[in-house]
Each structure stands twice: as structure tokens, then as C-alpha cells.
Design a protein around this ligand. Sequence first.
Ligand code: FPP
Length: 253
Amino acid sequence: MSAERSEVTARDCWPRHVAIVMDGNGRWAQRQSLPRTAGHREGAKAVRRVVQACSERGIEVLTLFAFSSENWGRPRREIEVLMSLFLTTLRAEIRRLDNANIRLRFIGDPNAFSATLQDYIAKAQRRTAANTGLTLVIAANYGGRWDIAQAARRATEEVAAGRLQPADITPELLQRFVCLADVPEPDLFIRTAGELRISNFLLWQMAYTELYFTDRLWPDFDVDDLETACAAFAGRQRRFGLTNEQTARQDDA
Ligand code: FPP
């Protein structure tokens, strides 16, 4: 195989969309005898590393689970630190993201955030909306069940307005109303810190996503870990409900 051909094959195997549950900040801090919040601050550094690596490698979409609908149950001080970290990181990074042609998007219900954070999120999205490089999606106050429920609610509103019939509500129709309907579905899901759960992340969107779990704690996750996860993904055979033989025929075509 020529060098050029093998490069094309390797590139073809890269995931277009990577979705990550960044777990283990608390455990990282505990191991260093630091408060949990120090783990989140270190986690923000790992975010910067991974965003840069995805952007440089031509990955189209990176979705990070920054704050789940369930995280509001954490101690008040931890929530305050996380909110302040989101704002300071956004303020510190927005110019760099914009210069790197990265489009920033948020999914989730922003209404529970402070007015300042909501304004800044809106501003950051507007500023980077026309960028054509990596789409960086931050899932904040997001839950997969919330997402499906809001899609169902919007479809029902169309029925109430007479623009749709109940029989029109199919998976294909609901797909148009869930978050991230306009980008490829996640190819690769990564969860750090050894937990083998999806935890109410992109439940609808991950129907055929390849799952990858690592014991590495999120603050320690680096570019080599990302490469290892992508290499594992490249070795998977994706069948999308078809048989081995059908998938092999598609690969040969
Ligand atoms: C889970 O670890 C992590 C979170 C709930 C917060 C993730 C936030 C960051 C990485 C901070 C920066 C993010 C952005 C987008 C700027 P955990 O606290 O549940 O860890 P544990 O399971 O070890 O306790």
C-alpha cells in the first residue's frame, strides 16, 4: 500500500464526532489531598489540550459533558466554583477558540444559569457562529431525557398548530427536533475514570456510537489517550444493525 493510500485509510478511520464524559476530577483531587474544586480546575486544562488536539486533527465535532441536569444536587460550593470556572474559562479562551476557527455551541437548558453566564454563552456562540473548523459543543445543564422530552414537546406543538398529524411523529421526525440534529451523530463516546455508564448523556444521538472507557482520570487525560481511543475506534467494525457480510460488502464497494 502506498504511503498516500495508507494516510487516506487512516484518516477515513478517524471519528468525525467525539463525545466525552469528563469524569474523575474529584478523585484526582482526592489523590493529591486537594479539594474537589482543584480537580475541576485541572480538568479545565485537560479540556484545553483535547480541544486543541481535536481541532488540529480535523475532527469535525467534539461534545463535552460539562454539567448534567443532575449535577445541581452537588454541594453548593462546588456548583459555585464550577459556574465561575465556566465563565472564566470562556472569557479566557474565546479569542483563542475564534482564532483557531472553532465554532462554539452550547446544548442544554441555559435558563438555570446566572444572567451573566447566559449572556456570555450567547455572545460566544454569536462570535464564533461563522467559523468552519471544529464545532465544540458544551453540554451544560443537559440531560439526554430532557433532550428527548423537549423534542417531543416541540413536535407536539406542531401537531397542536395543525402543521403535523400525530401519525407524522416518527423517529425521523423527532430526529429533526433533538439537539445537534445538524451535525453527524457521535462516532466515538469516551468516558474517563473507569465508570461504565452513559449517565444520561446524548441518549438519542448515541444509538450507534462506539463506546470507549478508560481508567484515566479526566485531569490526566492527554493527547496520547485521545489517540489511543481513536485507534481503538479505528479497529471497530460498525454494523448499524446489518450483518457482518453486508457490512463487509459495503466496505468493499
Ligand atoms: C466529573 O468529575 C466532572 C464534572 C461534573 C465537571 C466537568 C467540568 C470540567 C472538566 C471543568 C471545565 C469544563 C469546561 C467546559 C470549561 P467528578 O467531579 O464527578 O469526579 P469524581 O467522580 O472523581 O468525583
